[in-house]
Design a protein around this ligand. Sequence first.
Ligand code: 13P
Length: 257
Amino acid sequence: MNKSTRRTVIAGNWKMNKTPAEAKQLIEEIKASISGMNTDGCEIVACVPYIDIDIAVKTAAGSAVKIGAENCHWAKNGAFTGEISADMLVACGVEYVIIGHSERRQYFGETDITVNQRVKAALEAGLKVILCVGELLEQREQGITDETVSLQTKIALLGITEEQMADIIIAYEPVWAIGTGKTATSEQADEVCGVIRKVIASLYSDKCAEATTIQYGGSMNAKNAKELLGMVNVDGGLIGGASLKAEDFFSIISAAQ
Ligand code: 13P
């Protein structure tokens, strides 16, 4: 397995944090921190709340920082109060979108089927997708982690072609490790990312599996990033809390280099 053939992607998921003024400041700080760095080997993304997109895109322009959203609807437009379509995101200069985050699944009724619909809509609009999968603590304790993550991945990718897989990153985020300070061990992270890679090989091809970027997310921080990112199946990180401070986010980007 040759990890160097895959894109390393470090993405921040700001969740429900930062006003537009704070977003501007954080993007400026991230830009300043990476200004002397050769970022060729690592893609840097900040996924921000909808109201921060405009200022984030303008502030990041011309830098290595790409802007993502945290969700999108599956319809092109229509009577969906409070929702945002993939086309709207593209029109605002967004390049990436997180889909299927466990917080959406837990608190907002997101299902594997709606995740699949959103993935399709995002790809059709020209967005790159960060597709989140991951098991609950109970599922890990029941010994059904592999089955859970495989099923989530398979349903999310229903109807997606091998060609479209070039625009999909998968983020393995064990739910019990999100915002808890409990990180999966690097072996656990590598093992499940490896399971996801096998699912992609079975759905598409070995070539496709080898080319797909699979991130780990869940309490990744400046201290544990290097070890996690050094694992053969871990090609990047989806970072919550530690993406809200430029210094911490920069440490993780440095660990990925
Ligand atoms: P934390 O890094 O805060 O655990 O969040 C991870 C996450 O949910 C990223 O999407």
